[in-house]
Design a protein around this ligand. Structure first.
Ligand code: DQA
Length: 143
């Protein structure tokens, strides 16, 4: 089982800056992730929250809930949440950070990720396919 976590404002996909994030909704993205998981032979569970504390708790509990890795798009928390960074480094599962947009081609504040340094890697700018690559990585790594 792999956990896909989307953070703040990602519930607005489809109507939020479609020029940046595309026209697909969160539901579309989550359905795609489940389908990609099925192709890879792994069950994918998707969750989204606008609340930092909720994301922390999902990260804390993931290993004991039987997940073997986490695909994480922390949204803007990427750029400032030391609490999320500490939650990632405080548990043992591999985490791959994903961004739909190319954060390095955008505003300067998005060039900083306080979370990527404690993740296995970071995929940015490849749209929804970035989640697929992250799922592939975690499946191979933990298979
Ligand atoms: C994002 C990039 C972040 O900078 C932004 O705050 C988001 C989405 C992305 O997927 O491109 O909410 O993580």
């Amino acid at each position: 089982m792999i956990l896909v976590l989307n953070g703040p404002n990602l519930n607005l996909l489809g109507r939020r800056e479609p020029g940046v994030y595309g026209s697909g909704t969160l539901e579309d993205l989550e359905r795609q992730c489940e389908e990609w998981g099925a192709e890879l032979g792994v069950t994918v569970t998707c969750r989204q929250s606008n609340f930092e504390g909720q994301l922390l708790e999902w990260v804390h509990e993931a290993a004991e809930q039987g997940f073997r890795g986490i695909v994480l798009n922390p949204g803007a928390l990427t750029h400032y949440s030391y609490a999320l960074r500490d939650a990632i480094s405080g548990q043992d599962l591999p985490v791959v950070e994903v961004h739909l947009s190319n954060v390095d081609a955008r505003e300067a504040f998005r060039h900083v990720s306080v979370t990527a340094g404690v993740c296995r890697g970071k995929i940015s700018g490849l749209g929804a396919r970035g989640y697929r690559y992250a799922l592939e990585e975690l499946t191979e790594l933990t298979g």
